[in-house]
Design a protein. Sequence first.
Length: 266
Amino acid sequence: MKLNLKNYQSNELILLLFSWLYAAAIFWELHRDTAFHMNSINPSCGIMTASLGVHPNGIYYLLLTLIPLSLLLQHRFAWLWGVCAALYFICLRDFVICQSGPERIYMAWNHAIVFWVFLAMSTQKILGAAKTVTLIKFLLLISYFAGGIAKVRHGLEWMNGWTLQYYFLQRHIDLNTPLAVEMVSNLQTAKILSWLVVLPEILVPLAFLNKRLEWVFVISFFIFQIICWYVLKLKWMHYYGWTYLIYFSMVLVWLFQKSRQRKSLL
């Protein structure tokens, strides 16, 4: 059976490959962060597990157990990913609330996309592979659009240069990032960088109209995240970045298709 990225079999393969890679990555992230998460969750900070009458550790380890189980049984019981999403939501909410403290200064929303991806994976029997793949790609791109809207919803102050300077200087004070200071030492440069960040985010809807534009946006955002990690030590790719595996899976299937085509011509 020949593979074609537009047909049913190819989307099935893309989704299957993505589910294995993504589940393994999130399992690894959760397992690696076990001690950090558990030490960050204190019943005194008003967590959901306390209101449910269960210990945070119980939900956390149940999630770790259910992820590989959902992976193995997804062809018959795709709804198990929905259970993973619910368990993850409870763990995420408890972690975010306890970590941010009573002032709610920082909310680790880079973790939140995992909930939505698990939820999307639970719909594969209803939507089909092609629409599920499209939905996962949509979740990744729309998150950048939401970030752009958040920056401009109160006006254009975020692009005045001063905002970016303040943020970069604060990162330098907290984490010793000299490259960040050099990048925004000039106010005009800071303004240009601000617009270069916001404009692509606001223009994300164009990616849904053209496949080539979609890849331009995806590759550009990925490079942007790598630069942020290097210059600002910003760990936004933590959990969040694994969503890019949907495009990586598409590339692998495309390469596999081309390989099959070449062999058939020999």
